[in-house]
Ligand binder design. Structure first.
Ligand code: NAG
Ligand code: NAG
Ligand code: NAG
Ligand code: NAG
Ligand code: NAG
Ligand code: NAG
Ligand code: NAG
Ligand code: NAG
Ligand code: NAG
Ligand code: NAG
Length: 626
């Protein structure tokens, strides 16, 4: 990718790059065109840097994104992230504004530009001076959006009252638990860094990025600026934080069913008619638009954004209506105190979902599923839309409410762990997984799908239990599949479709001694016909396998071979076993080899390499997780 090459060379030349915005940088390869700084404008009080792309038919002008906090974007309020347990300020930053661009065009008329456009921005990183108490927690922006979100946190600093001039403030903690909120808040007002002006805090924050226009590259290192460089009142002192509620004894009353989720309701024992709803964590599926697939510049990864509603008026009203029989005097939400989350590795394997990022405040939470590529994220979005419940089977929350935290010693502690669900409709066979549910009622031996005790679903792609089906087949048959209910190969084209994007492969083996072995592989994938059904995988999952040796290792990356089409190395298929496989040097795994009538440790038969030796298989099954 051209862009990537630019970035790599850019990274190499980073040290040479100029610090000041507006100077030609070294970030482009020596022979590539450079952007030439031509003007700095002030548009509606925001500074705007303009560059010439150097085109012969120009001038074509490229405008840096604004990176400006305008008056209308005020409203920076302290918030608390319950998941990272960090106090933060969410600062909206204007990046691309059509109105301001039009104004810039007007101001640039003297230069008679042929075009004036925003430059493309890539690889934004944001950091703060490490001596400052300001920390940059994240910077989120999708290039099509006008506004980015900068999250600033603060270290907890103790100012030593020491006569020595050289004594430095001591940083106590990198993140700030809520209980320190008051003291931090008081300190912030005194802090040299924060001072009386948020401008000073923002000055400690440095943004660096590469801007690219028509193949020209330019590194910028700038600051978030305030409109008109005006003083900015953060409203810190006007924000009052309510004291933590006093301990309440609670009694669980009932679960109230809402349209797409359910809410647990408790009654307080000390105030009559007062009810509290546990934080909801309901996901509004219809909010999942194409804009939910976003790009995180600081991680250089795409992610799928999910917004969760923790509390809203509509829900409160709905719950109140359903509690009518108890004549409630008031219905409130509990406050979220801590929330932990995890994403099951089966989802990770299927969608390459990285660590789950999440943040929550009192009203809402945002979950970001890092899915690496744009395509992966789009697939994930499609899958979530098709089967919302499926996602929530994999994402698990563990939530403690604030009321509970206050009452740890009392019986009313709420420490629930549950999985989110969409409405439990009748199962329609609309997806593999729901079909799997329907089929699960059938005989395990002939069922196409199988559920493991841990709740994961697999589709069988190969199974050999009786030996009554011959696996000595030609290419066409291995491609389309063959067999009956107990002994079968579903076919390479089906395996290709099922494994697209990488799936978890599970191999289950029964030995002649009666003992069983299994191995799991993450990111297993079989290419299409044009690749010769090439097989790859990411890794053997050792903690999910009872074997310690990766028997597929030498076969990774091989094309499929059958006796009439040897595409491996060594004539492994046309020799005695005659089964098809991703052969390379025959030896280590051959689940499609001849079905043995007694223990046979010979590579022509059904075997698997288990370390010191090959083991003869009595039964074998290959499955892909769905
Ligand atoms: C982004 O820039 C940083 C330095 O600012 C560099 O370390 C990193 O490698 C760059 N990433 C890419 C993908 O170019
Ligand atoms: C900022 O400047 C613009 C024009 O440059 C002006 O209209 C606006 O009122 C100014 N805002 C403040 C807060 O001074
Ligand atoms: C893009 O760059 C090429 C070569 O440098 C130039 O010929 C062309 O006019 C440029 N186009 C624009 C829109 O800047
Ligand atoms: C702050 O950054 C400077 C230069 O990048 C480095 O030398 C120094 O060790 C850093 N200080 C801390 C406390 O990380
Ligand atoms: C430091 O201590 C002196 C004397 O105890 C006191 O007057 C002063 O206010 C203290 N300074 C701060 C910043 O707490
Ligand atoms: C002040 O700082 C000096 C040197 O860092 C240290 O020896 C002394 O104990 C400090 N005094 C107080 C009151 O913290
Ligand atoms: C419930 O989910 C459906 C689709 O799954 C959606 O159309 C509807 O808007 C949702 N209702 C609420 C209140 O979120
Ligand atoms: C769900 O999201 C859609 C689209 O963003 C929005 O119109 C609707 O009001 C939301 N419903 C709820 C209950 O928040
Ligand atoms: C493959 O085997 C099937 C069944 O025996 C046979 O009908 C078909 O002609 C064979 N194809 C090739 C290319 O040999
Ligand atoms: C695959 O095998 C067939 C038949 O043996 C042969 O014609 C073809 O060239 C092989 N392809 C590769 C890439 O080895």
């Amino acid at each position: 990718m051209q862009l990537f090459q630019l970035r790599v060379s850019a990274a190499l030349a980073l040290l040479l790059c100029s610090l000041a915005a507006g100077q030609v940088s070294q970030c482009a390869p020596a022979d590539s065109p450079r952007l030439r700084f031509v003007a700095q404008l002030s548009v509606n009080g925001c500074a705007l840097f303009v560059h010439d792309t150097g085109a012969s038919d120009g001038p074509h002008l490229a405008v840096e994104p604004l990176m400006c906090v305008t008056d209308s974007l005020r409203g920076i309020v302290p918030r608390f992230d319950f998941i990272t347990q960090q106090l933060y300020f969410s600062v909206p930053v204007l990046m691309r504004d059509a109105g301001m661009l039009a104004e810039a065009q007007r101001q640039l008329r003297d230069l008679s530009p042929r075009s004036v456009r925003f430059a493309t921005v890539t690889n934004i990183s944001v950091s703060a001076n490490n001596r400052s108490s300001v920390r940059v927690l994240s910077f989120l922006w999708t290039p099509d959006e006008p506004v980015a979100t900068l999250r600033l946190g603060f270290k907890r600093i103790v100012f030593k009252n020491n006569s020595s001039k050289f004594s430095r403030p001591k940083i106590l903690q990198e993140s700030l638990p809520l209980r320190h909120f008051q003291s931090v808040y008081t300190q912030l007002k005194r802090s040299d860094d924060f001072g009386s002006s948020p401008q000073e805090a923002l000055e400690k924050v440095k943004i660096s990025a590469f801007i690219i226009a028509n193949g020209s590259c330019h590194e910028v290192q700038s600051r978030v600026m305030l409109q008109n460089d005006s003083m900015f009142d953060l409203d810190l002192h006007r924000q009052r934080f309510l004291p933590l509620p006093t301990c309440r004894q609670l009694k669980f009353i009932r679960t109230v069913k809402l349209e797409n989720c359910s809410a647990r309701v408790h009654q307080t024992l000390d105030i009559e008619g007062h009810f509290l709803i546990e934080p909801l964590l309901c996901h509004n599926v219809s909010s999942l638009s194409s804009e939910s697939v976003r790009y995180d510049y600081s991680r250089d990864m795409h992610y799928l954004k999910l917004d969760l509603v923790l509390q809203d008026e509509a829900t409160r009203d709905a719950v109140r209506t359903q509690l009518a029989d108890l004549s409630p005097r008031s219905v409130d939400f509990m406050r979220l105190w801590t929330a932990e989350r995890s994403v099951s590795s089966s989802l990770s394997a299927r969608f390459e979902v990285g660590p789950l990022m999440a943040s929550a405040d009192w009203r809402s939470a945002q979950v970001r599923l890092l899915c690496r590529t744009l395509t992966d994220c789009r697939d994930l979005r499609t899958a979530v839309l098709a089967e919302p419940a499926d996602l929530w089977r994999h994402v698990q929350w563990r939530v403690k409410s604030l009321v509970a935290e206050q009452c740890l010693s009392k019986s009313s502690q709420i420490d629930s762990s549950w999985r989110m669900k969409a409405s439990e409709d009748a199962v329609s066979c609309s997806s593999l997984k729901s079909c799997a549910k329907l089929h699960s009622a059938t005989d395990q031996r002939t069922a196409v799908f199988q559920m493991l005790p841990d709740g994961r679903w697999f589709v069988k792609i190969q199974q050999r239990l009786t030996g009554r089906v011959s696996f000595q087949r030609n290419w066409t048959e291995y491609e389309t599949g063959f067999g009956d209910g107990t002994d079968f190969w579903i076919g390479l084209s089906a395996i290709h479709s099922l494994s697209q994007g990488g799936a978890t492969l599970r191999v289950e083996m029964k030995l002649w001694s009666g003992s069983e072995l299994h191995a799991e592989y993450a990111g297993f994938q079989v290419g299409d016909a044009s690749t010769g059904y090439r097989m790859t995988y990411r890794e053997m999952l050792r903690d999910r396998s009872s074997v310690s040796i990766d028997a597929l290792k030498t076969q990774r990356g091989m094309r499929f071979s059958t006796m009439d089409k040897e595409n491996g190395s060594g004539l492994c298929s046309s020799t005695p076993g005659k089964g098809g496989w991703w052969f390379k040097n025959c030896y280590k795994a051959n689940p499609n080899g001849r079905f043995p009538s007694r223990e046979r440790r010979n590579y022509g038969y059904m075997i698997w390499y288990s370390g010191s030796t090959i083991v003869s298989l009595r039964e074998v099954r290959l499955m892909l997780q769905i």
